[in-house]
Design a protein around this ligand. Structure first.
Ligand code: LLP
Length: 410
């Protein structure tokens, strides 16, 4: 399913707020949340899209939040999350605790999902009894790209499964309050891996000899970026995890809360990036079209070779055939600033309508890891974010100015 925001609406937002611009559809986010209601806790991995207005929407829908930095903790607080509510509204997940974050999680009592033994030690020293989760690296992972695989020997994430006993010894030494175990093996998980993760989870809880109140399935639910890619079967996903949870609850003799921690699944297909076509030129056998958004705005194609569906709008109407093989690129002073490229970096011409200067190029399914991965490379200010909700249109982040950027260096 791709973004449902109609062309005339996208054109109107681009007209009002200028280009490039991120646009999100609130209704679509609510619909995605509803698809996961079987899980006891839906915890949004806000790294996917951390705008505080979207976090507020999540909170209003009863969705908890994952924070991976001090900044993301402050975002959650600004969105109205309470640090100490039931079922842990905010959890801090990381592989290290920098000093400022350590002080803040202790001050607020925010549970820490520990990805290294040092986190347990440092937290235990600072705040014996603090609530913790343990993130386990089960020894294998899976991802849509090597760079999004977060398990196995090449991954820095989590506590290696063979070292769980020594991590638990630290939990005991500092009387840390263990909520449960967490595994996130990567983004774009398939069912085979999912079953293996569940098996490992059950095995690790058994081996640990510790009681747990909850287990977390992590995130990683995939979304169909291209036509023909399947939608994730959320019922099947739940059934696999629910079986593991029931097995544990039976053995432990009490209910075990089941969490899921998606980022992309909740927001990817809510968002588009609208950019204006500003130039086009033949380069040898390639036809280049240049738009006013670059990889500083949408980084996924340059970083992973990810492909986003692109449509072209002229006066709000979608332009159709004839299609010509096109290399779509941005304005940055760097040759990798190309939206249609192979994972290795070679340009990849894709069939697109014949454009005119002033057309809008709309990059679909960019609600996840779009705005949140943007940078100001080439001294390009961050672009605005706009939320549409039924008839309402709201600017939820203004366009950064060059003055904003330069002020940091005064
Ligand atoms: N939980 C943890 C501990 C994570 O590290 C992540 C993602 C998630 C949940 C959410 O994963 P998701 O459901 O969104 O797949 N920038 C990459 C994705 C990196 C994900 C990093 N961790 C991309 O654009 O595809």
């Amino acid at each position: 399913m791709t973004t449902a925001i109609p062309g005339p609406r996208i054109a109107a937002v681009a007209e009002e707020f200028g280009t490039p611009v991120w646009i999100y559809d609130a209704e679509r986010i609510r619909r995605q949340i509803a698809r996961l209601r079987q899980f006891d806790t839906i915890r949004f991995a806000q790294k996917a899209c951390s705008n505080t207005h979207l976090l507020r929407l999540m909170r209003e829908q009863g969705v908890a939040v994952d924070s991976v930095s001090l900044g993301e903790i402050e975002r959650a607080l600004k969105a109205g999350y309470r640090p100490d509510g039931a079922d842990e509204p905010i959890v801090f997940t990381a592989d290290l605790l920098d000093r400022a974050t350590l002080a803040r999680v202790v001050e607020l009592g925010i549970p820490v999902n520990a990805g290294s033994p040092q986190m347990l030690e440092q937290l235990g020293e600072a705040a014996p009894g603090h609530p913790v989760w343990i993130r386990i690296n089960p020894g294998f992972g899976h991802g849509h790209s090597r760079k999004t695989n977060t398990g196995g020997e090449q991954s820095k994430h989590g506590i290696w499964h063979e070292h769980l006993a020594s991590a638990l010894a630290l939990v005991d030494r500092y009387r840390l309050d263990l909520t449960g175990f967490h595994m996130h093996i990567g983004s774009g998980v398939d069912y085979g891996h999912l079953e293996a993760v569940c098996e490992t989870m059950v095995k690790q809880v058994r081996l640990s000899g510790h009681d747990v109140r909850a287990i977390s399935a992590g995130g990683g639910l995939s979304v169909p970026y291209a036509a023909g890619q399947p939608e994730v079967d959320t019922d099947r996903y739940f059934r696999i995890w629910d079986a593991a949870r029931r097995e544990l609850a039976g053995e432990l003799g009490h209910p075990v809360r089941l969490e899921i921690e998606p980022g992309r699944f909740l927001v990817a297909d809510s968002g588009v990036l609208a950019a204006e076509v500003r130039a086009q030129k033949p380069v040898g056998s390639n036809h280049f079209v240049l738009v006013d958004a670059g990889f500083n705005d949408l980084m996924r194609p340059a970083m992973y070779g990810s492909a986003h569906r692109v449509t072209v709008l002229r006066d709000g109407a979608e332009v159709g055939a004839p299609l010509i093989d096109t290399v779509l690129a941005g304005p940055l002073c760097e040759s990798g600033d190309v939206f249609t490229q192979e994972p290795g970096g070679d340009v990849l011409p894709v069939p697109l309508p014949r454009v005119e200067i002033g057309d809008l190029a709309v990059f679909h399914d960019t609600g996840a890891y779009g705005a949140s991965m943007s940078s100001t490379y080439n001294t390009r200010p961050l672009i605005p974010e706009v939320l549409v909700d039924g008839p309402e249109t709201r600017l939820i982040r203004r366009r950064q100015t060059v003055e904003d950027l330069l002020a940091l260096e005064d």
